[in-house]
Ligand binder design. Sequence first.
Ligand code: HEM
Length: 398
Amino acid sequence: MTSLAERWGIHPEHFWLRGERPAEPVRFDEETGTWTVYGHEEACAVLGDPKTFSSAHVNEIFPVQVDESMRAGNLLDMDPPDHRKLRNLVSKAFSAKVVADLEPRITALTHELLDAAVDGDRLELVDGLAYPLPVIVIAELLGLPVGDRDLFRGWVDVMFSENDRVSMNDDKETLETEFAAQVEGMAPMLDYLRAHAVERRKNPREDLISGLVRAEVDGERLNDDEVVNFSTVLLVAGHVTTTMLLGNTALCLDAHPDQRARLRADPSAVPVAIDESLRFLTPFSALARATTREVELGGKRIPPDRMVMVWLSAANRDPRRFADADRFDATRDPNPHLGFGRGIHFCVGAPLARLEGRIAVDILLDRFPDLRVDPERAPTFMPSPMMTGVRSLPMRVA
Ligand code: HEM
């Protein structure tokens, strides 16, 4: 049977999406000079040991150095104890209670967006719903004008291009050129967020950026770089991945009409289906870590100061962990997938992403009983090998 990945041509090099198994759970990849982790158990071992597999050290061993002003306040690049202090600041902003209170707003927004997006019997799911919904929600939380959302999209495209591949073998000049292009592409976003941070210092409001400029860590306020980089992570992580989750779930349900019909009949099963979508087509497909010492993993000895790529999307298809791993099973429960990561960096926004996913899928199933991928226009996918997810998804509602 043709896999969903083969049918739509999703990342041909991600062989695990096509039912092939990695020969080993951990291997050294000559082409990129990185250690590659495919196994679920091994991925958990890496993500559960930040002392040995550091996030901060990734930048230190990379041939091109990222300026400190661009790193400060980026949760994803931090190790304990700094990580914990900063993470505590946002954990409260995304607590179960705060997120649950957003339900009426997300529901109203989903209906509003769909009302505007349906054109006859056509619905472009990404432009119409999967992109604007999470971006409006995170922009409103941060306190950014929702009307600026097309700007965000342009900036994010620069960040996640097809060149977004981690390799230690590229020559330094190529890396420097690529990196300079990235920095240049991101500059307008950083300037934009800096202007908002400066404004909130003068006129605080009830939003997350004001919360960050007011916040104190060890008795000290965050500086502007920290506020800007922190907000960047929230803005970018807060929508790109959720856009993919919504689109991927629609694609999975389209490929499995029987499972879709069951969900329509019993919407209480939607949350379980959302988690299966995260396992089956994992939006954030790979995470980078760097070794701080020699370590044994999956029967291999990895030296210190090596880049380790944890392929969450491959670990999520590990047959040692998941029965019938290549089958999309919307009733799979428990589902110990790694779609939101694991350990201290576990996704802060997971409750919000799950809520947005549940509401959007509920409403789509309810409003459009005949929703299907447009037979005349194929979906397209994010070009970055680090991301697995639809970028455009033309559908028919009748
Ligand atoms: C971290 C995936 C939605 C904010 C992560 C990580 C993953 C992930 C895999 C771990 C990174 C690592 O270990 O290096 C996803 C997916 C999402 C999603 C698949 C949607 C389906 C969101 C949303 C927000 C968010 C909606 C914010 C509103 C963050 C932040 C971190 C993070 C701030 C860093 C946490 C830390 O380093 O402690 N996410 N995410 N994410 N995510 Fe998400």
